[in-house]
Design a protein around this ligand. Structure first.
Ligand code: UFG
Length: 330
C-alpha cells in the first residue's frame, strides 16, 4: 500500500518524501509544480496535476492502493493571504474538500494534515499550547483552521482519522545537501538573509521594529524541516496504531527575534548582512513560540537539529552549493 503526498515537490513536502523513503514507505507524489520543483522528488511515483482537477485525482486513487494521505498542497504566505484572501479559500479550503471527497470515495481513512501556528493569531500566552484560543489574524491561518474543523466533522461522518500538525517556522535544509528551500519569489526570512550574505540581494528589509518585544522585531520559533518531516512519519505511525485523531504543535519551544536571527547568520556566513527597517507586514503576530510537549509525549517526537545555529548552517550549506536553488541541479 502507498502513501500519497500532495504537494510533495514543495519545501516541507519534499523533505517529508525523503524521510518516508528512508523509512521504506511506498510513496506517490501529486504536485501541480506551481511552487514545487520536479527535481526535489528523487523517487516514488510522480503525478503532475492539481487536486481540483478531478481527472488526475481519480487517476492517482485508482492507479494506486492508497493507505493514507499526507496533505501539503496549499498556498502558505501570510502576507499574500491578506492581499488575496479568495485565492487562499480556493487553493486551500476547496482543495482540501475535493481531496476528502476522493478519500471518502476510495475508502482512504488516514490523513496527516499540514496545519500552522497561524491558526492561533495573537497568542493568549507563550509558549502556545494546542488548546489555546485560536483567532487567526490572516486568511492563511483561517483557511487552515477551517480545514482542521472540516476534518473533525469528516471523522464523525465518515470515520476519517486525522493528525493536524501545526508547524511554527520551518527552516533549514536536508543534511545530505540534495534538497533545500527554494521559493520563487523568496519571501521567508532565513533564505532572504542568506541571499544577502551570498551577494544576491543588497539588504534585508525588516518588517517593523516597533513590536512589543525586547528589540522591537517579531519573535518566531524556528524548527528544522527534517524534524518536521520526521513528525509526519511519527503521526502516521500513531494513526496506524491507534486510529485516534489529534492535533500537535511542532516547534523547538525557543523564540528568536528577526534581529537575533540576523546576528546568528552574520556569525555563520561571515557577512555583515545590512538591514533596512520598513513598515510592518500585514497579518504578522508579534510572538509565536510553541509548546511541543504533546508531540514529544504522544508521538515520541524529538527534534534532532534543535539549535538555531544548526538550522541556519544547514540552510547556508544548501544555499552556497545551490545559488540558483533547484536550477543549480542539472
Ligand atoms: N521578515 C522580515 N523580512 C523579510 C521576511 C520576513 O522582517 O524579508 C520577518 C517577518 O515579518 C516575520 C519573520 O521575519 O516576523 C518570519 O517571517 P517568514 O516570512 O519567514 O515566516 P512567517 O512567520 O511569516 O510564516 C511562516 C510560514 C507560515 C506559518 C508561519 C507560522 O511561512 O506558513 O511561519 O509561524 F504559518
Amino acid at each position: 500500500m502507498a502513501v500519497l503526498v500532495t504537494g510533495g515537490a514543495g519545501y516541507i513536502g519534499s523533505h517529508t518524501v525523503a524521510e518516508f523513503i528512508d523509512k521504506g514507505e511506498e510513496i506517490v507524489v501529486l504536485d501541480n509544480l506551481q511552487k514545487g520543483h520536479r527535481n526535489a522528488v528523487l523517487s516514488g511515483a510522480f503525478y503532475q496535476g492539481d487536486i481540483r482537477d478531478s481527472e488526475i485525482l481519480e487517476k492517482v486513487f485508482s492507479n494506486h492502493d492508497i493507505e493514507a494521505v499526507i496533505h501539503f498542497a496549499a498556498d502558505s504566505l501570510v502576507g499574500e493571504s491578506v492581499q488575496e484572501p479568495l485565492k487562499y479559500y480556493d487553493n486551500n479550503l476547496i482543495t482540501a474538500q475535493r481531496l476528502l471527497v476522493c478519500m471518502v470515495k476510495y475508502g482512504v481513512k488516514k490523513i496527516v494534515f499540514s496545519s500552522t501556528a497561524a491558526t492561533y493569531g495573537e497568542p493568549e500566552s507563550i509558549p502556545i499550547r494546542e488548546t489555546d484560543r485560536k483567532v487567526p489574524t490572516n486568511p492563511y491561518g483561517e483557511t487552515k483552521l477551517a480545514i482542521e474543523t472540516m476534518l473533525k466533522w469528516c471523522e464523525q461522518a465518515y470515520g476519517t482519522q486525522s493528525v493536524a500538525l501545526r508547524y511554527f517556522n520551518a527552516a533549514g535544509a536536508h543534511v545530505d545537501g540534495h534538497i533545500g528551500e527554494d521559493h520563487r519569489p523568496e519571501s521567508h526570512l532565513i533564505p532572504i538573509i542568506l541571499q544577502v550574505a551570498a551577494g544576491q540581494r543588497e539588504v534585508l528589509a525588516v518588517f517593523g521594529d516597533d513590536y512589543p518585544t525586547a528589540d522591537g522585531t517579531c519573535i518566531r520559533d524556528y524548527i528544522h524541516v527534517t524534524d518536521l518531516a520526521n513528525a509526519h512519519w511519527l503521526a502516521l505511525q500513531k494513526l496506524r496504531k491507534t486510529g485516534e485523531s489529534a492535533v500537535y504543535n511542532l516547534g523547538n519551544g525557543e523564540g528568536f527575534s528577526v534581529r537575533e536571527v540576523v546576528e546568528k547568520a552574520r556569525v555563520i556566513t561571515g557577512h555583515s548582512i545590512p538591514l533596512q527597517i520598513v513598515l510592518r507586514r500585514g497579518g504578522d503576530p508579534a510572538i509565536l513560540v510553541a509548546s511541543s510537549r504533546k508531540a514529544q509525549e504522544e508521538l515520541g517526537w524529538k527534534p534532532q537539529f534543535n539549535s538555531l545555529g544548526q538550522i541556519i548552517q544547514s540552510a547556508w550549506n544548501w544555499h552556497k552549493n545551490h545559488p540558483k536553488g533547484f536550477d543549480s541541479i542539472k
